[in-house]
Design a protein around this ligand. Structure first.
Ligand code: ATP
Ligand code: MG
Length: 602
């Protein structure tokens, strides 16, 4: 586009041009008139040419540059009017001013002269001063009019040039406007083709425009409809509008763009979608923020895909945890069933010999009684036994035997009873669970477990026996999977023994004796009678915070390789919380001990 250049039009000073007076042609057939006039004019400084007829005047004009003609009207041959007519008909001479000379006596039609182009009349006889004044005046007038004409021509040319320029500029302007329109259309097309919602607002958060996608989202019939509106005027809730405004202000005041603001939004048709919006400050040429550009992308599909992916990941993780749980349970139940089988087998095998023993003790006692009766009878009938017999009676201390043997057999009976109890306990422990819970005595389960672990509680060279303190409450039978619950008691008690053993490291026998190892088992019914609570406490080494946060994790162990697998508590929790819908929790203080709390709903 070309800018208009300023055009200056200059005019020459007309007064200075008047200095050029030129030649004055006097046409008269009377020599005396010629003389008087030419003298007058010559004396006044004019250059003068003369002609005595119209014809000679025309001839002279062909080659003489004349500024003014003084023309006699009445001449023989071509008179003044005709001469005037001819001069005016010639392009070259038509602008020369003509003053007619007439005698006062001549009845000339002055109007005719003026119509032919004359500018003035001088009357004979001449008054010199008048002639000079008129000549000067007309010369000036002519020069002025010529210069005016020249200026006019110049002006016309300038006007033409200006008009030409205006036409050109107008054309350029039209072309520019057309290009601008096309660019605008292209921009609009580009904006409208973008699937993103694009909008722009002024400093007061009033919309200056938007693209078709945003107009569609806001249910507007065209993007122009948004101009002059703010968020509150559109299909946007008040809370959202408030929030957008705060956000807009922050971006415009700080001049910092905020990118990828993720939000949920309800569309005009009620559908919930996810949006990713970037807010960018708009700056003028000087860098001042004058508005804000909003670019929003509908990321619902991406978000849903991500959520699905997250869900799948979670499902997988859950499946993995479940799998690990199953694996753990399988391993443990395999272990338990092997142990159970062994224990059950041993218990069963003990049962028969214990049966014989138990069954034969009473007959044995009867026989002993009979034999002692017989000895008594002998002593009555043969009151003087031989020396050998007396010696033997003394040697074997028959009186002591008589007193002690029944006691001895009685203690054997007690022993058998105890073996039978152990056998019962073993069978209780190794009880195989049915596929549904069965009413069980929790205390039996705990006792049988303690029995299995008895060998680990017994005194050793390094420490006295671990005391097991039972504070059993009155418990009803509890519907449960007894075999699995025994597994829980087993794991918790075994851990307690391990913790006690570890707390003994660095302490000698005597020290331990002063501060003995103990495990306390408290059972009770909750205050609301809704559950059974089994509390297993130890005064072992306790746990630090890190261990506490991981005790229930699969495969977490602080024990040496081969000593612990890190599965015990994971399984215990699974059995208590998943199988029995109960709760397994614990409290522990490092250096003081740990308590595990098993809650089983009734
Ligand atoms: N009574 C307790 N006192 C101190 N720490 C304990 C106690 N019970 C459990 N812990 C800690 O919790 C960890 C996890 O116990 P968990 O029974 O799950 O596995 P583990 O005993 O190491 O191995 P296993 O699978 O053979 O039982 C133990 O290694 C131990 O550090
Ligand atoms: Mg364990």
């Amino acid at each position: 586009m070309t800018a208009f250049s300023s055009t200056s039009i200059t005019f020459n000073n007309p007064v200075t041009d008047l200095l050029d007076n030129g030649i004055i042609l006097i046409v008269d057939d009377v020599p005396n008139n010629l003389k008087v006039l030419s003298d007058t004019l010559a004396n006044a400084g004019f250059e003068v040419a003369i002609a005595t007829s119209g014809e000679s005047a025309l001839q002279q004009l062909e080659h003489t540059p004349v500024s003014l003609i003084l023309l006699d009207v009445m001449m023989p041959g071509m008179d003044g009017f005709e001469t005037c007519q001819r001069i005016k008909a010639n392009l070259k001479t038509r602008n020369i001013p003509i003053i007619f000379i007439t005698a006062l006596s001549e009845s000339v039609n002055k109007v005719t002269g003026f119509e032919l182009g004359a500018i003035d009349y001088i009357t004979k006889p001449f008054q010199q001063g008048e002639v000079l004044v008129r000549v000067r005046t007309h010369l000036k007038l002519n020069q002025l009019s010529q210069s005016l004409e020249a200026r006019n021509t110049e002006l016309q040319q300038l006007t033409q040039q200006l008009e030409q320029r205006v036409t050109e500029r107008t054309q350029e302007l039209f072309t520019s406007i057309e290009t601008l329109k096309q660019t605008q259309q292209l921009m609009r097309l580009v904006f409208d083709t973008i699937p993103h919602w694009v909008g722009w607002k002024d400093i007061n958060s009033v919309y200056l425009g938007c693209n078709q996608s945003l107009a569609n989202a806001l249910n507007l019939s065209s993007p122009d409809e948004i101009v002059g509106k703010n968020d509150y005027d559109l299909l946007i809730s008040k809370e959202e509008s408030d929030w957008y405004r705060v956000c807009d202000r922050r971006v415009m005041e700080s001049g910092q763009a905020e990118l990828h603001i993720i939000e949920q939004w309800q569309r005009a048709d009620g559908q919930q979608i996810w949006l990713d919006t970037s807010k960018i400050p708009l700056r003028d040429a000087k860098g001042n923020v004058f508005g804000i550009l909003l670019v929003t992308e509908d990321i619902t599909e991406r978000q849903l895909a991500q959520e699905e992916l997250k869900q799948q990941k979670q499902n997988l993780e859950e499946a993995l945890v479940e799998l690990q749980g199953t694996q753990v349970q399988l391993v443990q139940s395999e272990k338990m069933s092997a142990l159970g089988n062994l224990v059950a087998g041993v218990a069963h095998e003990i049962n028969n010999p214990v049966g014989f023993l138990g069954g034969n003790i009473q007959p044995a006692l009867d026989y002993i009684k009979d034999i002692f009766g017989l000895i008594d009878l002998y002593q009555q009938e043969y009151s003087n036994p031989s020396g050998i017999i007396v010696d033997e009676i003394e040697a074997i201390d028959l009186d002591y035997i008589r007193e002690d043997l029944p006691k001895l057999v009685g203690s054997m009976r007690e022993g058998v009873k105890r073996i039978r109890d152990i056998s019962t306990s073993l069978r209780t422990f190794s009880r195989a669970d049915s596929d549904r819970p069965v009413a069980c005595n929790i205390h039996d389960g705990i006792d049988s477990t303690i029995l299995i672990l008895k060998h680990r509680l017994k005194p050793s060279e390094t420490r006295p026996e671990i005391q097991v303190i039972k504070e059993y409450g009155q418990l009803p039978l509890v519907e449960c999977f007894a075999g699995q619950l025994n597994q829980v008691f087993m794991n918790i008690l075994a851990n307690a023994i391990d913790a006690l053993e570890e707390s003994n490291i660095g302490r000698d026998f005597e020290e331990i004796k002063v501060n003995p190892n103990w495990i306390k088992i408290i059972t009770k019914i909750s205050d609301n009678k809704q559950k059974v609570i089994i509390n297993i406490k130890d005064n072992g080494k306790g746990m630090n915070e890190e261990v506490k946060s991981k005790v229930f994790d699969h495969l977490f162990t602080t024990k040496a390789v081969g000593k612990g697998t890190g599965l015990g508590l994971a399984i215990a929790r699974q059995i208590v919380e998943e199988t029995h819908c109960g709760k397994l929790s614990f409290n522990s203080v490092i250096g003081e001990g740990t308590e595990f709390i098993i809650e089983i709903p009734l």
